[in-house]
Design a protein around this ligand. Structure first.
Ligand code: DAH
Length: 343
C-alpha cells in the first residue's frame, strides 16, 4: 500500500471532486470498503509488534473517521445541490413579471369611482378633508347638540382628553377625534369657498362599532353638498333619482321619508326602489340620508343663510353590497384573492 498520507490525500481529492451521489458511493467502496487498501491494513495489524500495532491501528482509525466524515459532508452538499437544481434557474425577483399584472380595482374603489363619475357628470367636483378632525368640524359646526348620542365615547374615537388639548381652531379646549362622518367636509368647504358650489367628498370614517356582517370600526362614505341661490327638495330628489338610475339602472327610484339630522332641515331617509337586483324584487330598501342644509350650518361657516343647499351621505360599503349582492361587509376587508378577483 502507498503511505497512509498519500492514501488519505488521494481519497480526499476524489471526494472533493465528486459531483454525483452515485459516484460518491463508488469512492466510499474504493477507499473504505472491505477490500480497500485501508481495511486490508486493519487485517494486517496482527502481524505487527504491539507498539507498532497500536500506532498503526490508531492511524487507520483516524483516516477512516476523517474519510467517513468527508463523505457524509459531501453527501449533504450534493443532496442540497440536487434540490437547488430542481428549482431551476435562479430567479431575479426585481425583474418585472412577464405576465400582465393589472388586477381589477378593489370593489369598494370601483364603487367610489362609479359614484364620483356620476356626480362629475352633474358638475360636482371632489373635495377632501382630514380623517383626524376636531370636535368642532365633526359636531358643533354641523349643528349637533352637545348631548347628541353620536358624540359619546361609545360612538366616537377620541384621540385625547377633551380638556388637555389646545387647538388652533375655533375652540381652545376641544378634542381631536377620528371623523365619524364625511359631513365634516361640508364645513371645511363652506369655510373656504363662497357659494355657489357643488362638491362630493369620498373618504374613510370611523366609529366605535364592533365588527359584524354590517358594521365596521372604519368604513367609507361619500358626502354630497350643493349650495346655490335657489335649491329645493325637488332638486335634491331629482339629483338622487338621476344618481340611482345611473348607478343601478333603469327602473330604480327613490322615496323620501321624514327623518332627523342635526345639519339638515328638513331631513330625510331615502328608500331605494329595486325592481330587480340579486335577491331583491320590487322592494324598497333604506339606503341613505339627506336634507336641506340647516341655516346654522351656513352661519357656523360664515356663509349668509340666505343661500340654499342640499346635502346627502352615501355609504360606499352599503352600495357595494347591494350592487354586487355581497351579504357580509367583512368580505371587502379580508384581502382574499378568490373574492376580489370576481369584480
Ligand atoms: N352624516 C350622516 C351619517 O353619517 C349621513 C348624512 C345624512 C349626510 C344626511 C348628509 C345628510 O349630508 O344630509 O350618518
Amino acid at each position: 500500500m502507498v503511505s497512509f498520507e498519500t492514501f488519505q490525500t488521494e481519497a480526499q481529492q476524489q471526494i472533493a471532486a465528486c459531483t454525483k451521489i452515485s459516484e460518491l458511493q463508488e469512492i466510499k467502496v474504493r477507499f473504505l470498503g472491505s477490500k480497500s487498501a485501508l481495511i486490508l491494513q486493519l487485517k494486517e495489524l496482527k502481524n505487527y509488534e504491539a507498539a507498532e500495532k497500536a500506532k498503526r491501528g490508531q492511524q487507520i482509525n483516524q483516516i477512516k473517521t476523517a474519510l467517513e466524515n468527508a463523505i457524509a459532508d459531501k453527501t449533504k452538499s450534493l443532496r442540497f445541490q440536487e434540490r437547488l437544481n430542481k428549482l431551476g434557474e435562479p430567479i431575479d425577483p426585481t425583474l418585472p413579471s412577464p405576465y400582465p399584472t393589472a388586477k381589477p380595482l378593489h370593489p369598494l374603489t370601483q364603487v367610489r369611482k362609479r359614484v364620483t363619475e356620476i356626480f362629475k357628470q352633474l358638475g360636482y367636483s371632489i373635495a377632501e378633508g382630514p380623517e383626524i378632525e376636531t370636535e368642532w368640524f365633526c359636531f358643533d359646526a354641523l349643528n349637533a347638540p352637545q348631548y347628541h348620542p353620536s358624540r359619546s365615547e361609545q360612538d366616537t374615537f377620541f384621540l385625547s382628553s377633551k380638556q388637555s388639548v389646545a387647538t388652533t381652531t375655533q375652540k381652545s379646549n376641544e378634542a381631536y377625534l377620528l371623523r365619524t362622518q364625511t359631513s365634516t367636509v361640508q364645513i371645511r368647504t363652506l369655510c373656504q369657498h363662497q357659494p355657489p358650489l357643488k362638491i362630493i367628498s369620498p373618504g374613510r370614517v370611523f366609529r366605535r362599532d364592533t365588527d359584524d356582517a354590517t358594521h365596521r370600526f372604519n368604513f367609507h362614505q361619500i358626502e354630497g353638498l350643493c349650495v346655490d341661490q335657489h335649491t329645493s327638495v325637488v332638486d335634491l330628489k331629482g339629483t338622487l333619482d338621476f344618481f340611482v338610475q345611473k348607478f343601478f339602472g333603469k327602473g330604480f327610484k327613490t322615496r323620501f321619508r321624514p327623518s332627523f339630522f342635526p345639519f339638515t332641515e328638513p331631513s330625510f331617509e331615502v328608500d331605494l326602489f329595486i325592481p330587480h337586483l340579486g335577491k331583491f324584487r320590487n322592494e324598497w330598501l333604506e339606503v341613505l340620508g339627506c336634507g336641506m342644509v340647516h341655516p346654522n350650518v351656513f352661519k357656523n361657516s360664515g356663509i349668509d343663510p340666505e343661500w340654499q343647499g342640499f346635502a346627502f351621505g352615501i355609504g360606499i360599503e352599503r352600495f357595494a353590497m347591494l350592487l354586487y349582492g355581497v351579504e357580509d361587509l367583512r368580505r371587502f376587508y379580508q384581502n382574499d384573492e378568490r373574492f376580489l378577483s370576481q369584480f
